[in-house]
Design a protein around this ligand. Structure first.
Ligand SMILES: [Zn+2]
Length: 432
């Protein structure tokens, strides 16, 4: 795994700490053992995920950092003097990825935290508050359905339904997968937090931007004001009636695809109205399918399955959209003589970043000669779980091309270091 090479690179750079070189090596090594047909695959609660943590552990131990595993089997790193500290600032993100995903989503935040510790160790910097770095497991919903699994388990928020969710490939439950790698399932099941949240002063997460704003604006990094919450239906089934495409007149049709299209265009119109009122909202129907066993060019389908994902920074806007969805479903079902069946709703509340931390990170941004810039986060992150558990939380985004959750994620290591410098400067600064 060449951990020693990365450590040696660091040791030879004692006077001129080369964060870029070390970070690049860590990303390359981890990509090499998690490579898939395209991009990387680091499934939640898998052996590859464990190997990633072990690799980071070996790297940190070689640097003289302290490493331990918490009851959720996440790796936690600190300077040796802070091993038993309370009132610490926690820096973290996740090491899992979506299938055939990019190498930077999640891992960038863990490496940024480790670079802060490595640099402090190297320069002899004394942060006013103890700092710990957490490399969390399962965050991506792609493997089991639920998202933010590790952070929810840490804070006692993982529900029974989520624990019963089957893995997309082997069908085994999330409970079984977590149990197999040694997570304390007795506490998880009883929703007893695995982390004493009183010990955590605040939480900071660096993440690649998943949209185009920073590239468009020519800025390497930004501080985040808040994280959109979401309401999701993985599957909505519209049931109609099959028929011959040439033989059934319009008045006699029960066409589920046109009913779905009608519903979506009604929601789209309402979306525009909500935006015009100045509220934050995005709406996506990312999966649409008629039954491939039966569908044909000349057949009115009997059913169509589709997904809906609403996101907003406002809990009220999400509630309005849920209400509106139900209303429109009743109208379309009546007018088009179809029936909609909805899978259970998956829901994550919006989360606001801590105003004091946003201010502190923006000030740190100026101190490292970057123009302070604050923006909202469109994607969800573990930081939302910490914030909603009452732990003051903040995020830093790093410029990245081509979105995320795909092998074409393109983050420059120099931009990651710019984002890391903001956090390092914040940790050194007047943290209360
Ligand atoms: Zn992520």
């Amino acid at each position: 795994m060449n951990v020693i090479d990365a450590t040696d690179a660091l040791r030879t750079q004692r006077t001129d700490f080369d964060s870029e070189k070390i970070a690049a090596k860590l990303f390359d090594d981890i990509a090499s053992f998690s490579a898939d047909k395209t991009g990387v695959s680091r499934p939640a609660y898998s052996k590859t995920e464990t190997k990633t943590l072990e690799y980071l552990e070996a790297f940190a131990l070689n640097l003289g950092l302290f490493v331990e595993y918490d009851a959720g089997q996440n790796a936690v790193f600190s300077l040796p003097k802070d091993a038993g500290a309370t009132g610490y600032i926690l820096i973290g993100s996740h090491v899992d990825s979506v299938p055939n995903g990019g190498n930077f989503d999640g891992l960038a935040g863990v490496i940024a935290g480790l670079m802060c510790l490595a640099r402090a160790n190297n320069e002899g910097t004394k942060f006013p508050r103890p700092v710990k770095v957490i490399a969390m497991r399962g965050e991506e919903s792609a493997w089991f359905g639920p998202c933010y699994i590790a952070s929810k388990a840490l804070l006692g928020k993982l529900g029974e339904e989520e624990l019963n969710a089957p893995h997309k490939e082997d069908g085994e439950t999330l409970f079984a997968h977590m149990d197999a790698i040694g997570v304390d399932m007795e506490r998880v099941e009883k929703q007893i937090p695995l982390l004493n949240s009183k010990d955590v002063h605040s939480y900071i997460e660096l993440h690649i931007e998943q949209g185009p704003l920073l590239v468009e604006m020519g800025m390497p990094a930004a501080v985040i004001s808040g994280i959109r919450g979401n309401i999701r239906y993985k599957k909505i089934r519209c049931n109609g009636e099959a028929g011959h495409s040439g033989a059934v007149p319009r008045a006699y049709r029960k066409d589920p695809v046109l009913a779905m299209a009608d519903l979506l265009s009604r929601l789209d119109e309402s979306w525009l109205t909500i935006l015009q009122k100045g509220e934050d909202l995005v709406l996506t129907c990312g999966m649409v399918a008629t039954d491939p066993q039966k569908h044909a060019l000349t057949r009115i389908p009997d059913l169509v399955d589709f997904s809906i994902d609403f996101r907003s920074q406002s809990a009220q806007a999400l509630d309005e959209m849920r209400e509106l969805l139900n209303q429109e479903i009743r109208t379309v079902a009546r007018e088009r003589k179809v029936r909609f069946d909805l899978d259970p709703e998956m829901h994550t509340s919006p989360a606001l970043c801590d105003a004091g931390m946003v201010e502190g990170l923006s000030a740190a941004m100026s101190r490292v000669s970057l123009e302070p810039f604050v923006m909202p986060s469109g994607g969800g992150h573990d930081a939302a779980v910490f914030a909603n558990a009452g732990i003051p939380s903040a995020m830093v985004f790093v410029r990245n091309r081509n979105g995320s959750h795909n092998p074409d994620e393109a983050m420059e290591i120099s931009d990651l270091i710019a984002g890391t410098d903001i956090i390092y400067e914040y940790l050194k600064g007047p943290v209360q």
